[in-house]
Write a protein that binds this ligand. Structure first.
Ligand code: ADP
Ligand code: MG
Length: 458
């Protein structure tokens, strides 16, 4: 330490004080020896100087140190905004400045850490996939909001619990164990038994890091239930179409073989087989037409929105079905209640919907029954009911009849020429026309299909 510096600092002060006190003591001793002052006077002088020295020491050293101690305590409690106001050039001033600097840097670091944490949280919270972080022993460290939602729980309440206690899937545990032991990523599709069981693509990746994370694993859950369902639907659809195509084709093939094997020689037999084959080709044509309709209706883009009169459409449908109804000895009539407002719709599509439903009613109502087309005005819609006194639909099938290829009684429906596509088409068209469809039915009593279409308001 250079000499000049030593004098700026405080370390010389106690030394100087001792010297000063010694000189003073000698002076007082001298004055007392020559009887210039009394004992009381000497004591008073000594006391005065001692007091001054102590005061200087208190002001310059003890009081600033006290303040620093208080500030340090405050900072330890987390208040980093406090600033020390000590401007002396000595060691105490330096100490205060260093403490201020340290608090500033600490504040900066803490702000940086919380920014980082907020960023990480924002990413975790906005992820569409579920994230679960687990430590080496399989205890949960963290879950993101997607997982909270899936499990109907919160991060706090599951913290520290074992993963198997939260999701009872041994497959999930196995994935975790493999990832944890091999320190390699594992991906699998797993059915998870959570609130709403679903199929998930699970990816487990070992955590890099130290502390609690060491040896842990991050598990990402991606819900692929919907995709799997769609895939299944596509597979089912192809299987259904092939099956429906194969049945008539096999028959036609069989009839042809029989004819070629000799039956052709007999004119009557030939005629009989040709009639059967004609029926089968009609079925094939109907199937392909239905399929084309279905694919058209699934993405219905060109709707001719118009003001449509419901009674006119009902008349049109009744005219078309008059003969088939008479052939089956069914009574087909309309029942229009009051003055109906015009609806906002597409007349051809609306007629197509009604034709599909009336076609079913006629098909599934035995001789002597009735089929009624009712129309009633609601506040914002017109309701059309197609009521029949037919076979009815079992309760457990009610929710399924709008599925493609669904028929309550396959053999019965096929006999009647149905492929199970009619109501699937109806569902798409009604939706495209901003309408709604409901069905009420009791087995053996008959069915009522209710359609709601919005009133045209200019
Ligand atoms: N009015 C009805 N009465 C009884 N069953 C019906 C009626 N309408 C529909 N169904 C049942 O719903 C199934 C699906 O109807 P749909 O999709 O039109 O197929 P399809 O007419 O080709 O059989 C029918 O096979 C039938 O079992
Ligand atoms: Mg039908």
């Amino acid at each position: 330490m250079r000499l000049s510096k030593a004098f700026i600092g405080i370390s010389w002060r106690p030394v100087a004080s001792y010297f000063f006190l010694m000189v003073l003591f000698l002076g007082i001793l001298k004055l007392y020896a020559v009887e210039k002052i009394s004992v009381v006077g000497a004591a008073a002088i000594a006391f005065l100087f001692a007091f001054i020295l102590a005061w200087v020491l208190f002001k310059r050293v003890i009081s600033p140190l006290n303040e620093i101690a208080r500030a340090a305590e405050d900072m330890a409690r987390g208040n980093l905004n406090r600033e020390l106001k000590i401007y002396s050039q000595d060691e105490i001033g330096n100490l205060a400045r260093n403490i201020n600097d340290m608090a500033g840097k600490l504040k900066g670091n803490i702000a940086e850490i919380s920014r980082e944490r907020n960023r990480a949280n924002a990413i975790l919270n906005s992820m569409v996939d579920g994230v679960i972080a687990v430590d080496k022993s399989g205890s949960l460290i963290l879950i993101n909001p997607v997982v909270e939602e899936l499990l109907q729980t919160t991060q706090q309440s599951v913290q520290g619990q074992k993963i198997l206690e939260i999701i009872r899937s041994h497959e999930l545990e196995e994935i975790f164990t493999i990832a944890s032991n091999t320190r390699k990523s594992v991906t699998r599709e797993v059915k998870l038994p959570i609130l709403e069981p679903g199929i998930f693509k699970v990816q487990a990746t070992p955590l890099e890091g130290t502390g609690q994370e060491e040896g842990g694993v991050v598990i990402i859950l991606r819900d692929i239930t919907e995709r799997k369902k769609l895939e299944q639907m596509r597979t089912d659809f192809v299987a259904n179409v092939s099956h429906e195509l194969r049945t008539p084709l096999t028959s036609i093939h069989g009839f042809l073989e029989t004819l070629l094997d000799g039956a052709m020689d007999d004119k009557e037999t030939t005629k009989y087989f040709l009639a059967l084959m004609s029926g089968e080709t009609r079925r094939l044509t109907k199937l392909t037409n239905d399929l084309m309709d279905l694919s058209k209706m699934e993405e219905l883009t060109s709707i001719q929105w118009q003001q449509v009169s419901v009674p006119t459409i009902i008349e049109r449908v009744i005219t078309i079905f008059r003969t088939p109804a008479e052939e089956k000895k069914l009574v087909l009539f309309d029942d229009i209640i009051g003055d109906l407002p015009l609806v906002k719709s597409d007349p051809d599509l609306l007629a197509q919907v009604l034709m599909n439903i009336v076609d079913n009613s006629i098909k599934f109502t035995p001789e002597g029954g009735t089929v009624t087309l009712q129309a009633v005005a609601g506040e914002k819609y017109v309701r059309i009911n197609v009521v029949d006194t037919g076979l009815g639909i079992p309760t457990e099938s009610l929710s399924r009849i709008f599925e493609r290829f669904y028929r309550v009684d396959k053999s019965r429906a096929r006999e009647l020429g149905g492929m199970g596509l009619g109501l699937a088409i109806v569902k798409h068209v009604v939706k495209a026309l901003h309408g709604q469809i409901e069905v009420n039915s009791r087995e053996g009593r008959g069915s009522t299909f209710s359609l709601y279409f919005p009133v045209y308001d200019s």
